[in-house]
Design a protein around this ligand. Sequence first.
Ligand SMILES: NC(=O)c1ccc[n+]([C@@H]2O[C@H](COP(=O)([O-])OP(=O)(O)OC[C@H]3O[C@@H](n4cnc5c(N)ncnc54)[C@H](O)[C@@H]3O)[C@@H](O)[C@H]2O)c1
Length: 319
Amino acid sequence: MKLGQIKVVAVIGAGIMGHGFAQVFAQKGYSVFLQDIDEKILKSALARIGATLDTFIEYKMIPAKEKRATLEKIAVTTKIEDAVGKADFVLEAVPEIMDLKKEVFAKLDHFAPPHAILASNTSGLSITQMASVTQRPEKTIIVHGINPPTIIPVVEIVRGEKTSDETAETCYRLLLKLGKQPVRVLKEVPGFLFNRLQLALYREALYCLENGVATAEDIDNVVKAGYGFRSANLGPLETSDFGGLDTFYRLAKNLFPDLSAAQTAPAVLERLVQAGKLGVKTGEGFYSYPPAVAKRKIKQRDQRLLQQLKLFMNRGTKA
Ligand SMILES: NC(=O)c1ccc[n+]([C@@H]2O[C@H](COP(=O)([O-])OP(=O)(O)OC[C@H]3O[C@@H](n4cnc5c(N)ncnc54)[C@H](O)[C@@H]3O)[C@@H](O)[C@H]2O)c1
């Protein structure tokens, strides 16, 4: 299956990731069928896509006329057979439960045309296992976007044991066409790349907080105004090349023994979760978010991410 043959796309599951990806495909002119088992979610998915497009227009990311053109490209349905019957590319985004993913993959295999690629947006389940219920394991693959997929450029591509070179190459090209930065994960490791790196930093941040090294605010500041600020332009390996590998060798030798090697989630996080302090969605987490503050902070986050996206787009698709 070559990139040029992909005209119709089906997205299965219209939640956080599914509705976002439906928008991404529709904005590039693909005919999209968005399917969910829940009528109400499909309705709210279209409203959420409309609202995101409004934000893009507000920040001059797209012309106003693109909203209508994008929405016209998306058809919603609760019937999987209607969603995938004419699809050339299917992206599954149902909840992270292997039995459910297998159930969905078996249906996709049954109802989608034999040439269609079946991709999963799983954050960490095995595509090889999902592929085992299909007759086309060579056409199955993980295409793992980051939330919100309408903004974050990187998408990880992870092959299963039987994924063909052609499927992997077509997905890579498809993501480039969508304006994304595809990354090939060469081994099916837990967490792929993004979450391994993200969680390594998160473990250390929690360790520093729990051990009174700094306040939550200063831990976040050191990332936003320091490590993260630079990381938007230089990856960790490039950073060490610029800083000198001899220096980073000594840093690694001296510091690695002292870094957190925690094997479980730390007490500071467990306490908050058990108290129902889940962050922005409950009004409190490491910080407090009364409703007006939460609204302002979400808007501010989106605005800053969109500014970053503009910079990213201006330097081309290659990071
Ligand atoms: N949320 C994130 O930050 C994030 C990031 C990257 C990857 N993912 C992965 O993406 C996938 C979806 O996550 P999400 O956060 O969008 O979940 P979600 O709960 O927001 O959405 C899942 C949707 O799937 C629907 N659904 C359930 N069973 C279905 C079925 N049999 N057929 C069709 N639709 C069905 C649900 O009604 C729901 O709307 C998961 O595998 C998750 O691990 C999530």
